[in-house]
Design a protein around this ligand. Structure first.
Ligand code: COA
Length: 173
């Protein structure tokens, strides 16, 4: 697998048709001794599709994961005001999932951050994306916080809870 910069800003089929997942699990959140604790709960199977952003800000850089020169995964990275790298978007084509492509892109994001003297990596996900969260946790991310009202004004996702995950090089999970 090769990871290289993509300069094309328009959403690709990867950002649209492949930016979906099906699951039968969500996380419940509890506060235990001041720590955020996530517990998996089985639910009726559901599918979720992320919207592809039409435009990214000037500071966002896109990187593709290529196998035999075909685009199989993508990560969008941007520096933040608090000296972190933000993973704005990450997706892997369904056919290529479970092979470490996202893990490769996350490793790349960590290096991208450190090369720019940034102090860690952050991202926003949701409590209904258990599969993605597991990948992030396996890659050393921890929950910084959650927000029940982030998406309240957006009809399609109004009941979702945002989760904010962070990785710092010095953090031992
Ligand atoms: C979330 C997502 C990016 C993960 O991508 P991925 O490439 O499948 O992730 P990885 O392969 O790195 O890790 C997934 C699994 O493969 C396993 N894996 C990692 N490296 C592997 C390898 N070399 N060979 C086989 N399996 C491997 C991991 O242990 C992990 O196991 P799990 O299924 O028990 O969790 C992908 O599912 C996706 O695009 N989902 C839709 C969009 C989305 O949800 N984006 C995130 C929004 S916050």
């Amino acid at each position: 697998m090769e990871i290289r910069r993509i300069h094309e800003q328009a959403p690709s089929p990867l950002d649209r048709e492949e930016n979906v997942f099906t699951s039968g699990e969500v996380f419940d959140i509890d506060l235990v001794d001041g720590e955020i604790k996530l517990t998996v709960r089985a639910v009726e199977p559901f599918s979720k599709a992320y919207d592809a952003a039409e435009e990214w800000g000037d500071e966002v850089e896109s990187y593709g994961a290529f196998v035999n020169n075909g685009l199989v995964g993508k990560v969008e990275l941007a520096p933040t005001w608090n000296e972190l790298a933000s993973i704005e978007h990450i997706v892997v084509a369904r056919e290529f999932r479970g092979r470490g492509v996202a893990t490769g892109l996350i490793d790349f994001a960590k290096s991208w951050a450190l090369e720019r003297q940034l102090k860690g990596v952050r991202l926003e996900t949701q409590t209904n994306n258990v599969a993605a969260c597991k990948v992030y946790f396996r890659n050393g991310f921890q929950v910084g916080g959650f927000d029940r009202f982030s998406y309240r004004t957006q009809a399609a996702v109004a009941n979702e809870t945002a989760l904010y995950l962070y990785w710092f090089p010095e953090m031992v999970s």
